[in-house]
Design a protein around this ligand. Structure first.
Ligand code: ELE
Length: 205
């Protein structure tokens, strides 16, 4: 993944959508709040349709696919118009499939060896997942120490309160989190609330 994509916003919103229309509204609200990127997770049946809709209806936001766990999903996300792929972990097959899409790829890692293995394949931007359960800021500091050329997007358990601690690390480009798009706000189509959360998140760095 090109580091520039991670530099678009201090927070990568991780969004679980049940409705493609709500995804479009959420993307517009995030953008209005100053967040220029959105990760739509392939956790629901409508996710691919939502990626397609957001990519065409909100061209100013960079839309990626999250929770990509199989080679088939990597191809489907690319076909739907995703601009990047995020995975919670990585396998040989997934790495191959993601590489063959030509899309920027942000694979999840939580150990030094996983990070080193991906670095051998030329992947230098990594999702640190699950960030808080794995050991948080102190743990990331320790694993990033011997790998100073890598950059991380910690995700999993990140909140507005603990985000600044991660963002202060030189190896952290941005953090990922679902708190900008609460499920109840999405289902109520409360986009004003999402915009307010986005504005606060955009000001984190
Ligand atoms: O779906 C994926 O690919 C994941 O890696 C999991 C998500 O990143 C986390 O669910 C977001 O974590 P929270 O901000 O703690 O809700």
């Amino acid at each position: 993944m090109k580091h520039e994509l991670l530099d678009l916003s201090p927070v990568m919103p991780v969004v679980v959508v049940d409705d493609a229309d709500a995804a479009v509204g959420a993307a517009r609200a995030l953008l209005a709040g100053g967040i220029k990127v959105i990760e739509l997770t392939l956790r629901t049946d409508v996710a691919l349709a939502a990626i397609e809709r957001v990519a065409s209806a909100v061209p100013d936001i960079v839309v990626g696919a999250g929770t990509v766990t199989t080679a088939g999903q990597a191809r489907q996300a690319a076909d739907a118009g995703a601009s990047f792929l995020v995975t919670p972990g990585c396998t040989e097959r997934l790495l191959e499939a993601a590489s063959s899409t030509g899309l920027p790829f942000l694979p999840g890692v939580s150990t030094v060896s996983e990070a080193m293995r991906l670095a051998e394949h030329g992947v230098s931007a990594l999702k640190f997942f699950p960030a808080e359960p794995s050991g948080g800021v102190a743990y990331l500091k320790a694993i990033a120490g011997p790998l100073p050329s890598l950059r991380f997007c910690p995700t999993g358990g990140i909140t507005p309160d603990n985000a600044p601690g991660y963002l202060a690390l030189p190896t952290v480009a941005c953090v990922g989190g679902s708190w900008l798009t609460p499920r109840d706000a999405l289902s109520a189509k409360d986009f004003a609330r999402i915009e307010t959360l986005a504005r606060k998140a955009a000001a984190l760095r």
